[in-house]
Design a protein around this ligand. Structure first.
Ligand SMILES: N[C@@H](Cc1ccccc1)C(=O)O
Length: 474
């Protein structure tokens, strides 16, 4: 049997001791415990030793636990601070009363009667207090302390290694304890001396431990791929703040102030307010009368106070309109990949935050047909071969569509919305050519591309999944 020198050394010690724990072995062999355990496992693989694992639990007090061990549990301290019936109002002055009162009642150390706290006759030491003096893992008292965060249980693993008859036999037959040779010199080869040297054996059928290099998160890879694709298609990128006022998130997009999407249940509203642009009245006019656009507007009233209120952006269209307001002259061809926030109930296909890919193309003579053509091209390059369009509705586009892609096994999957911005949206900023606009859920795209059933997987720190996900072309 080709044993390594270290395996032989383990057997050598065990031939004498028969059985030993890893700490003793490590001492005898003057080697780290971890290494000794590894050598013992190699011997165990060959049936020369057996290994027994014992998990020992030790309880230790947390910082808070230590403090109470010295001063007494809060309920004990508070109880000690009163003599006989005491008004509740008095008791609550004690700095620990917040923690203590619940426990005092739970332990039946007090009863509360018409605002008076009355100590009961039985206030003897509890198992938790015993454990606080000497915590022993697994005892009822100690479990109580763990629940209260006053103690924690640490696990330590210890190994016992025992030699088997097969191992003893090998030792009895004599062990060659000469150092093994890992490299040969040319003299050793030329002289033929190598034939008698104890050469280190290599096992070619044992797989080495896997090494994982750093890598980009699979979802980020897809986002990067989309960015690269759009740069290749001639787009520039725009960014903006996560916090937007309603003016940019809703009003400038011709979303009426009583639109249901603005409701509490859909949007994260913030307490902050943000100033409006100095020429905000043109948006008010558009909403109330349609301004110079030939539209009748929504009618009714429009309040700058509502428009100043901040929200977490619910869509990146709020960034698109600001990009257009800053760049009102054609051509504009720009995109943004940004997180957006909605009050969704979390489930496999809905999250309260997700990435949107937002795009705008502005130029003379653009038509709705160009928008559909863009999607065919873009989704084709993303690997979705069939695209279809369903009519849609958005307050800021006319016409509007919802593009869908075909995914084998799932059917048609809706990916977002698109359309041509209405005059009510573009005219206030002096834009007079058509603007194609869209917003797609890219997390959906990632999910489909990776074949995931659960969107949440994209945002979990699941290191095994991240390592196992195939590296994609970027
Ligand atoms: N903002 C829309 C998508 C959209 C963007 C631009 C134009 C039309 C629709 C959404 O979040 O669903």
């Amino acid at each position: 049997m080709d044993l390594t020198i270290n395996e032989k050394r383990v057997l050598g010690v065990l031939a004498e001791l028969k059985s030993a724990d890893a700490v003793t072995l490590a001492e005898k062999l003057d080697a780290p415990e971890g290494a000794v355990i590894q050598w013992a496992h190699l011997c165990a693989d060959r049936g020369l030793v057996t290994l027994d694992k014992t998990v020992v639990e030790t309880a230790v007090l947390t910082e808070e636990g230590k403090k109470y061990a010295a001063e007494g549990l809060p309920e004990r301290q508070v109880l000690a601070s009163i003599e006989g019936p005491t008004p509740m109002a008095e008791l609550t002055k004690h700095p620990l009363s917040k923690i203590a009162v619940g426990w005092l009642r739970k332990k039946n150390w007090i009863v509360i009667d018409k605002g008076m706290v009355v100590p009961t006759p039985d206030v003897s030491e509890g198992v938790d207090e015993v454990a606080l003096k000497n915590p022993i893992a697994g005892t009822e008292g100690c479990n109580e302390l763990v629940k209260r965060g006053l103690a924690e249980v640490l696990e330590s693993v210890s190994w016992t290694v025992s030699i088997t008859p097969a191992g003893a036999e090998i030792v009895a037959a004599g062990l060659d304890l000469r150092e093994e040779i890992g490299t040969l010199s040319s003299e050793q080869i030329l002289s033929g001396e190598w034939k008698s040297l104890p050469l280190r054996r290599y096992s070619v059928d044992k797989l080495p431990k896997k090494i994982y290099g750093g890598r980009v998160h699979p979802n980020q890879q897809i986002l990067d791929e989309i960015r690269t694709l759009l740069f290749e298609m001639g787009f520039t990128e725009f960014h903006g703040s996560i916090v937007q006022n309603a003016f940019w998130n809703f009003d400038s997009l011709y979303q009426p102030q009583d639109h249901p999407a603005r409701e509490m249940q859909d949007t994260f509203h913030l307490a902050e307010e943000m100033d409006l642009p100095t020429d905000w009245e043109k948006i008010k006019n558009i909403h109330m009368t349609g301004g110079q656009t030939g539209s009748t507007g929504w009618g009714g009233d429009w309040s700058p106070d509502i428009a100043r209120k901040c929200v977490l952006r619910t869509h990146s269209t709020s960034l698109s309109i600001q990009h257009l307001a800053r760049n009102p002259n054609p051509p504009v061809k720009a995109f943004s990949i940004s997180r957006v926030y909605r009050r969704e109930t979390i489930d496999p296909t809905h999250l309260p935050e997700f990435e949107q890919l937002e795009g705008i193309v502005m130029d003379k003579d653009l038509t709705f047909g160009h928008l559909l053509g863009f999607f065919k091209e873009f989704f084709g390059r993303m690997g979705f071969e069939s695209v279809r369009f369903r009519p849609g509705y958005f307050p800021y586009t006319e016409p509007s569509v919802e593009p869908e892609v075909w995914v084998d096994g799932l059917g048609w999957v809706e990916l977002g919305g698109a359309g041509v911005f209405r005059k009510e949206v573009t005219a206030p900023w002096g834009i007079d050519c058509p603007v194609l606009a869209w917003g797609l859920g890219v997390s959906r795209v990632s999910m489909l591309r990776m074949g995931l059933k659960d969107l949440r997987q994209l945002y979990r720190s699941d290191i095994d999944w991240i390592r196992a996900s195939p590296v994609r072309r970027v």
